[in-house]
Write a protein that binds this ligand. Sequence first.
Ligand code: 6CS
Ligand code: FE
Length: 306
Amino acid sequence: MTDLYPSRQAATPQVIPRQDPVVHGRWTPDAPLSQAQTEFYERNGYLVLENLFSTDEVAFLQAEAQRLIRKPEGIDPDTIITEPSGDEVRSIFAIHGQNALLARLAADHRLAGAASFLLDDEVYLHQSRLNYKPGFEGKEFYWHSDFETWHVEDGMPRMRALSISVLLADNNANNGPLMVMPGSHRTYVACVGETPEDHYRASLKKQEYGVPDHSSLTRLAQTHGIVAPIGPAGTVLMFDCNLMHGSNSNITPDPRSNAFFVYNARANALEAPFGPKVPRPAFIAGRHFTPLRIAEGPLTAQEQAA
Ligand code: 6CS
Ligand code: FE
């Protein structure tokens, strides 16, 4: 497969235009997002949706996330990533394969249905994670494009994927909310430097390769600005695979937890990585491309108990 988005190959950073649509589908009145929401997503590369879930549904999800962090029994230890500073849990990966309620959330029509519309295809989960960003210890996620990593290290050919984050705690201006550069998804910043062996062991704690250079970031920030979409628990944040984003450390007492799902178009299934020979492990980059069966109706306590 031709590498349309080479990165970590040249000695100097390259900035190239995106070669894929943002919204792959055509909006019609029966689309799951309004025309205004679809246009906002196309233009800005992200979309915030409030009140998609009832207070009961949010309470189920928060209780389950708290239970998992307190007693991650039955969770594959390989999927638990701790903070660089110690043993606080930073993320639990492949959560959709280890927890019935979160598997149900990932397949929910309000999330997977919207992803399938925007990507104009059936979708499968490339990755899922519970992010905790605990109070006081939650460290930053430096600026990056997810697609740059998923292309180079996982073999994702085109920009036909998106992330959906369901906030499980109030994300406010202080506890390290996600920051995005609206519109930056239309420019691909190829990074310099190579990919170290087993890079994910370090990058999921603190990413140091596949991060853009300061001058590219400065130019993007000056062109697009920086926005930190915040909101109460239950808020949903959708963003394009190539949107430049990051988040600051959390030195407040309030955790900034969220459930994070990456939907990839079935037609954009992973190939061989475009960088290192060995692909990242399946708990980070799924290689079962069976499309999700989209689940209608509300989340119920049964799923939590399942
Ligand atoms: O490397 C990855 O796949 C993960 N790392 C970050 C910082 N964002 C995307 C993804 O969860
Ligand atoms: Fe990311």
